[in-house]
Design a protein around this ligand. Structure first.
Ligand code: LMR
Length: 400
């Protein structure tokens, strides 16, 4: 009965790892998925995470009972504080509801399903380009997906005028997906002044902000600085949705830890929204897993562990920034044609190189370098040892 089933293509991002794993070459390099690697090219478990896990294991009072549908209460409270700030009026006034979800994707999905059921506008505007999973998540949730201009290939920077024009002509009330910081895949963020203009335009048209915050702390190395865009929208008293992921900033990728927060106008609305979020979650995954959220809560609630985390986080962000400089210098040293200054201007985990899909295919075929076909490279997968190999490959690709 399933003989008609056609083979689906691999995922454009996670499929890169599948291809990489099959390649026997000793010089192969995976710059596809956004996952942090050490200078030795190894995955990293943060010391503070190991410490938290040890504490959890040693605590014999801990059991494996189901969490409530909305997850670990302490985790939810601390997550809201992390993104909105300890002194956020929305938290003080109990206008925020936060539910634990399965990392960024799960949080986006729960938020989108809620919106499809309870919000009068079913259209969501996503940036062009954006993370490949966004359109799929929102379409499957029952929203209608449209795009707004974001990236300008000519300047390899923000198409701010295009962005304002497209949001300016969006229907009143439409939902707008915003990357809180370190835009994926471009590494291009609005400045704070530009954020303020976006906020004013969106509020004047009652557009609903839905933030995807997957890189808090990874863009600048500073958790508060990377939450500025979200906090601007919360400070004006309006509604907003935020999906948070701890995959990158706490290195908890496979633990699938994240949170969805909905900032409402009143505490009463927030509690009714939460009651409906439970109806979305229960038939989807019943209740979230306990381990990863317990790690996060353990780290966030202890001042010393929190400080230790910020130091480790900053070290990851700094290593990525140094990779940018090294790659830029290596291309300059080779006299590679083109202006590569965007490599040091873009921020976060990725560089949107401007290489086309043919050049990417060439680099994979000839140099065993794996990356997404849109020319995005994960800087976090690079090390001082592998920079020359990548620079050689880019040089060869653009001078063929
Ligand atoms: C990425 O963009 O590489 C990451 O967000 C990982 C993923 O799930 O796609």
């Amino acid at each position: 009965v399933f003989s008609h089933v056609v083979r689906a293509p691999e995922d454009p991002i996670l499929g890169v790892t599948v291809a990489y794993n099959k390649d026997p070459s000793p010089v192969k390099l995976n710059l596809g998925v956004g996952a942090y690697r050490t200078e030795e090219g190894k995955p990293l478990v943060l010391n503070v995470v190991r410490k938290a896990e040890q504490m959890l294991v040693n605590d014999r009072s801990r059991v494996k009972e189901y969490l409530p549908i909305v997850g670990l209460a302490e985790f939810n409270k601390l997550s809201a504080k992390l993104i909105f700030g300890a002194d956020s009026p929305a938290i003080r006034e109990n206008r925020v509801t936060t539910v634990q979800c399965l990392s960024g994707t799960g949080s986006l999905r729960v938020g989108a399903e809620f919106l499809a059921r309870h919000y009068h506008q079913r259209t969501i505007y996503i940036p062009q380009p954006t993370w490949g999973n966004h359109p799929k998540i929102f379409t499957l949730s029952g929203l209608s997906v449209k795009t707004y201009r974001y990236y300008d290939p000519a300047t390899r920077g923000l198409n701010f005028r295009g962005l304002l024009e497209d949001l300016g002509s969006a229907p009143s009330g439409a939902i707008v997906l915003l990357h809180a910081c370190a835009h994926n895949p471009t590494g291009v963020d609005p400045t704070l002044q530009q954020w303020e203009q976006i906020r004013r335009l969106m509020r004047s048209k009652a557009l609903l902000p839905f933030f995807d915050s997957a890189y808090q702390g990874f863009a600048s190395g500073n958790l508060d600085a990377d939450a500025q865009s979200v906090r601007m929208f919360v400070a004006d008293g309006g509604e907003c949705f935020v999906a948070q992921s701890y995959a990158k900033n706490m290195g908890l990728y496979g633990e699938r830890v994240g949170a969805l927060s909905v900032v409402c106008k009143t505490a009463d609305v927030a509690s009714r929204v939460e009651s409906q979020l439970k109806l979305v979650i229960r038939p989807m995954f019943s209740n979230p897993p306990i381990h990863g959220a317990s790690i996060v809560a353990t780290v966030l609630k202890d001042r010393n562990m929190y400080n230790e985390w910020t130091i480790e986080l900053k070290a990851m962000a700094d290593r990525i920034i140094s990779m940018r400089q090294q790659l830029f210098d290596a291309l300059r040293a080779r006299g590679t044609p083109g202006d590569w200054s965007h490599i040091i201007k873009q921020i976060g985990m990725f560089t949107f190189t401007g290489l086309n899909s043919e050049q990417v295919a060439f680099m994979t075929r000839e140099y065993h370098i794996y990356m997404t076909s849109d020319g995005r490279i994960s800087m976090a997968g690079l090390s001082s040892k592998t920079v020359p190999h990548l620079a050689d490959a880019i040089h060869a690709a653009v001078t063929r």
